[in-house]
Write a protein that binds this ligand. Sequence first.
Ligand code: PHB
Length: 391
Amino acid sequence: MTPTVRTRVAIVGAGPAGLMLSHLLAQAGVDSIVLDKRSRDEIESTIRAGILEQGTVELLDTIGDFSRARTVGRRHDGIELHVEGEQHRIDFAASVGRAVWLYPQHEVLRDLVAARLAGGQDLRFGVDVEGVDGGDRPRVHARGADGAALEIEADFVVGSDGSRSVVRSAVTGDHQNGYFREYPFAWFGILCEAPPSADELIYSNSPDGFALVSQRSPAVQRMYFQCDPDTDTTALTEHEIWGELQKRVPGTVLQTGPIFQRDVLRFRSFVAGELRRDRVALVGDAAHTVPPTGAKGMNLAIADVRLLADALAALLLDDDERLIDNYPERALRRIWKAQHFSWWMTTMLHTAPDASGFDRGRQRGELRSLVESAAGRAYLSEGYCGWPLDE
Ligand code: PHB
């Protein structure tokens, strides 16, 4: 007979959302089990974005007195915005009195996994979830690393299992049920061994397309340039990659070095048609996807979880359904703001392949209006640093 494990909350997916949810639930006195089909090593080494909003860092402070995001990560009080070679600084501190932290997502995951294991939480790697039965007594059907079947019976199931979510269809009926937008461009990303090329991140709009000069550490840098979504990462030599990047940031001399990773990031916006059905809910990329330009993905996931943790504690400890009933509406307010912000930064900074002369002129006008106006700079700063989590 298939072994059945009981828990209060079964969390599918050990990304930042799932791990943070289990941490917040444990703090509230609610047991959970986190399942992920990947190994711990895979989870902790997958390279993702590196920008944490202030509210995300404040929440990470709850897993340690002073999180590594603050001690190992670096605070950034602004970005550089380049418009056809003109360099403008967006000063977050002056505009909105907030900041972001450069601290890579895999470091966040390492901190969360270590905190969960140290707290004796049930965290299972190599467990493949095959399906979820919804309703008032939800069940998770899974298969362990040894191939043995496993059933989890829970009071609530949460899908934090990313954009290919297995849990999603238990909430939306159909995996594809939602709102989509595709973009006609992608990012060619590299990791290289080099010192930083500037103090802050550079977002550059140029006639050759967009480039982002980001950072990882004093010795490792992350950079991206706009490319066709079907680009083959092996088709360019290192020399050609540096040429593509450098021509998009005129006026800045890029620090170069050996490239040790290349990838193509496709751009997509998505919001699931529903975020909760009965006793199953979605958070993070299972619920929504944003294009990477505004670095909102992980931050938005953490914001969902903050709401859901309170809602589940009220439901499971006090039998109070009000917060869980409001979860979709409250989460969607922020999700659609972040969708707008990510779409806006993306379309403002990239050059669509079919852009006309009018489109290019209008785009330059938009960028100039932004950098030359205090209100424009404040709007960018506010969205980039993130809206307060209690909003
Ligand atoms: C990154 O470092 O990977 C990164 C930074 C800022 C963004 C997107 C990605 O807007």
